[in-house]
Design a protein around this ligand. Structure first.
Ligand SMILES: [Fe+2]
Length: 504
């Protein structure tokens, strides 16, 4: 392995930090590395694995003003690229306006999600709530050959070179980027090259939906009127429709009038699912009522006869009260654990003719953070790959391959003390079948104090990794990730090697 330390940031986190989401597997990194010809600890990197795995991370540089929430950390992106049976790695901070301003000030300037906005030093800021830092640490997708990172409560899309991870700027869409930003999850349709998105806020109409074309131009933007401010996180799409949601977990309207932001789950209020033609206006939205829940992440959707089939993770308890034992922060953030939210793969069937919604639980197994072969995005599909969680913690300890046609599940559990990231499916070069490819993830190994990139045969997860590739140092646990094939990356095919393309 050929490793170079590019630099370190000056962290002002305390040496005796006891926050459970800034220590242990969530210990943030201060270093930025580049490494070529990564050491393969076990197995072989498949020669037909060709492209990049990107993962975003909440990686705080400064303490919070008062209380750090695990979603507040500054964005750091990791990339592992594969070509010709070799791999390179790079990690870099997303150079957000907030990160640069706090670097100048040497401490926190904005109030996180677990803090009252009045705590913020600065009166400006980002987020549907306001006076937050757009840390761009939630999702990462690749659109028009550029990696885009996003903020979980509406903000900018930061543009990163997908290979060097250099921050190139922010999406501007020819001056038409929405003033209220873009939500955590945009959807990249690999079949059309389009990027679908929504945003939300405290002012009517409370939501917008839009489409950016393959040339990165905003080509559609419309209002999505809601009954009040909502907190949606994700959306879905089919070949002809986009699907938005109005889940009954939102800021208490009475407290909001007094300026307090307290998210509550309204157990007797239906979930509403809104179906809109991909280039349709607000008058064309069809709303469907469904059982009350909160859906953090959808997996996929597709059209089948008169119905739209929508798959996502139904939360059995979106507002868990059982906080268990442990430190103040352990109890405070236990609601983020998958077992507490009881997240299970669920299917909603929306009949466009009758307006009826039928729904069913697809499995008793608790998983979340589901991914698929992105070429099946919006199309009929069979396989979803999702993460399993450590009881009581926001940490992933394995993966399940859900066969949605048969209900069969295949599971891989990581060793105790080893935590994974959201996986991504990488189609094998020249693959024809949906599951003909690899599942890629990054680990945080607390036993060996290191990190690895694991590559599984997606059709044979239980066999364990085909290859384990060592990273330069132990990285923080993190969540959202994506795969981009080399063919979608500028300069990839013409460079002597992916490392050359990445400037290594
Ligand atoms: Fe998310």
């Amino acid at each position: 392995m050929d490793v170079e330390l590019l630099g370190r940031v000056l962290s002002t986190l305390p040496d005796d930090d006891d926050h459970p989401y800034r220590t242990g597997p969530w210990r943030p990194q201060t270093s930025e590395w580049k490494a070529d010809d990564l050491t393969v600890v076990e197995g072989e990197i498949p020669a037909d694995l060709d492209g990049i795995y990107l993962r975003n991370t909440e990686n705080p540089v400064h303490p919070a003003i008062d209380r750090y929430h695990p979603f507040d950390g500054d964005g750091m992106v990791h990339v592992v690229g594969f070509r010709d049976g070799k791999a390179f790695y790079r990690n870099r901070f997303v150079k957000t306006d907030g990160l640069l301003a706090e670097r100048e000030s040497g401490g926190p300037l904005w109030a996180g999600i677990a803090e009252r906005p009045e705590k913020a030093v600065r009166t400006d800021g980002w987020g549907a709530r306001g006076r937050m830092k757009d840390a761009s640490s939630t999702d990462v997708v690749v659109h028009a050959g550029v990696a885009l990172t996003s903020f979980y409560q509406c903000g900018d899309l930061y543009r990163l070179d997908p290979l060097t991870l250099e921050t190139l700027g922010k999406s501007e869409w020819n001056g038409s980027f929405p003033s209220c930003g873009v939500s955590a999850h945009t959807k990249s349709d690999e079949n059309t090259g389009e990027l679908l998105f929504f945003n939300y806020g405290k002012d009517a109409p409370y939501m917008h939906y839009g489409v950016v074309d393959a040339e990165d131009k905003l080509v559609h933007y419309t209002e999505v009127p809601l009954p009040g401010p909502r907190l949606p996180h994700d959306m879905a799409f089919t070949e002809n429709y986009a699907i938005l949601n109005d889940c009954p977990l939102f800021w208490d309207p009475e407290l909001l009038k007094k300026g307090a932001h307290a998210a509550r789950f309204y157990r007797d209020t239906p979930t509403r699912l809104g179906v809109i033609p991909r280039r349709g206006g607000s008058a064309e939205i069809k709303w469907f009522d469904a059982d009350p829940t909160y859906v953090l992440h959808w997996v996929n959707a597709y059209e089948e006869g008169d119905e739209i089939v929508l798959d996502g993770f139904f939360q059995g308890d979106p507002e868990p009260r059982d906080t268990g034992d442990g430190s103040f922060y352990q109890r405070m953030f236990r609601f983020l654990a998958l077992d507490r939210m009881q997240t299970r793969l669920h299917r909603w069937r929306l009949n466009m003719k009758t307006g009826q919604c039928r729904e069913e639980r697809l499995t008793d197994t608790i998983t979340e953070f589901g991914v698929l072969n992105n070429l099946r995005g919006g199309r009929d599909y069979r396989y979803a790959y999702a993460a399993t969680g450590v009881e009581g913690w926001f940490l992933f300890n394995g993966f399940v391959r859900h066969d949605l046609k048969t209900g069969a599940e295949e599971r891989i559990t990581l060793p105790d003390g080893v935590y994974g990231s959201e996986p991504a499916f990488a189609p094998r070069l020249g693959s024809k079948a949906e599951d003909d490819g690899y599942l890629v993830t990054l680990t945080t190994d607390m036993n060996e104090d290191h990190s690895e990139c694991l590559i599984f045969d997606a059709a044979r997860l239980a066999d364990g990794p085909l290859a384990r590739v060592r990273l330069p140092e132990r990285i923080s646990s993190g969540t959202h990730a994506t795969w981009a094939p080399g063919s979608a990356l500028p300069g990839w095919s013409t460079a002597d090697s992916p490392a050359t393309a990445a400037g290594l």
